[in-house]
Design a protein around this ligand. Structure first.
Ligand SMILES: Cc1cc2nc3c(=O)[nH]c(=O)nc-3n(C[C@H](O)[C@H](O)[C@H](O)COP(=O)(O)OP(=O)(O)OC[C@H]3O[C@@H](n4cnc5c(N)ncnc54)[C@H](O)[C@@H]3O)c2cc1C
Ligand code: FES
Length: 259
């Protein structure tokens, strides 16, 4: 884990409220694994909770890319930061997705949940299917990036402005049935709002498919010390324990989560 001052190399609007920021992060970027996150100190937030957690969208040649949505004070301030400004960044944090598994990868994202899954797709040996969901077409992100990596992409929007009308579970149910009919095994990887993750976990259980979920909890320290981000979990023997999403996660197997 590093605690670096990272210079902003680029910052651009992706769509609506979503931004992509690129930081010169040296070893921090080079050692990052898909599913890990960084904790960024946002200038101007010194009086409140100091840092904000963000998944890693991409990391190569010492440059860290973060795809974020402006939702509040911190992310609004981040949006207005100029090139050349230095940000204090701790990372890479958390456990990351497993990169070795049997089956075709089936990725499921809601909104900025595409971020860790894009990094994952860029590091996997084999491509698979990427399902992206959002409220409207403005929430559908990184489709061209996934296609450029050789992934087949399906979209769902709640207002029907792009792809299937409804939740991302609409194409997910279809894909699971298609793979089952073809006798092909799949492994799911998902990141998005809690409701979506819960639906993915239920479908994984119903279809006897393994699913790895990236949980999103409010964080304070980001390194396992404050217990702000606890999640009730189940061991293989059925006993319960309480894990810290920042340190023991953010990636957990769906079957281990007690919702
Ligand atoms: C492991 C992890 C990875 C994340 N990755 C990304 C990412 O790649 N891109 C991205 O845009 N965001 C990501 N987030 C969410 C991001 O950290 C929050 O959106 C951010 O902290 C909000 O800060 P703010 O000061 O702008 O909002 P605040 O003013 O603190 O809050 C504004 C609104 O955002 C909500 N909010 C605050 N924190 C979170 C949170 N952790 N999750 C969901 N809603 C929150 C609040 O409930 C409130 O409604 C991630 C969160 C975690 C825990
Ligand atoms: S945020 Fe402090 S323990 Fe997770």
């Amino acid at each position: 884990m590093f605690d670096f001052l990272c210079e902003i190399k680029a910052q651009r609007v992706v769509t609506d409220d979503y931004m992509l920021i690129q930081l010169q992060a040296g070893e921090l970027a080079d050692q990052a694994r898909p599913g890990q996150f960084v904790h960024i100190r946002i200038p101007g937030l010194e009086q409140s909770c100091l840092r904000r957690p963000f998944s890693i969208f991409d990391a190569k040649a010492g440059v860290l890319s973060i795809l974020y949505k402006a939702v509040g004070r911190g992310t609004e301030m981040m949006r207005s930061l100029q090139l050349g400004r230095q940000l204090q960044v701790i990372g890479p944090l958390g456990n990351g997705f497993p990169l070795e598994f049997d089956g075709i990868p089936l990725l499921v994202a809601g909104g900025y949940g595409v971020a860790p899954l894009h990094f994952l797709a860029s590091r996997l040996q084999r491509s698979g299917v990427m399902l992206v969901g959002g409220r409207t077409s403005g929430d559908i992100l990184a489709v061209t990036e996934f296609e450029a990596l050789g992934w087949r992409v399906a979209i769902a929007t709640e207002d029907g402005s792009a792809g299937d009308k409804g939740f991302v579970t609409v194409p997910l149910v279809r894909e699971l049935a298609r793979f089952k009919a073809a006798g092909q095994g799949v492994v799911m990887f998902a990141c998005g709002p809690d409701g979506m993750l819960r639906a993915v976990a239920e479908l994984a259980h119903k279809n006897k498919v393994k699913a790895w979920l990236s949980l999103d909890k409010h964080m304070v320290c980001g390194v396992g010390a404050c217990l702000a981000c606890v999640q009730k979990l189940r061991r293989e023997d059925g006993s319960a324990w309480v894990g810290r999403v920042c340190k023991d996660g953010p990636i957990f197997e769906a079957a281990s989560i007690i919702w």
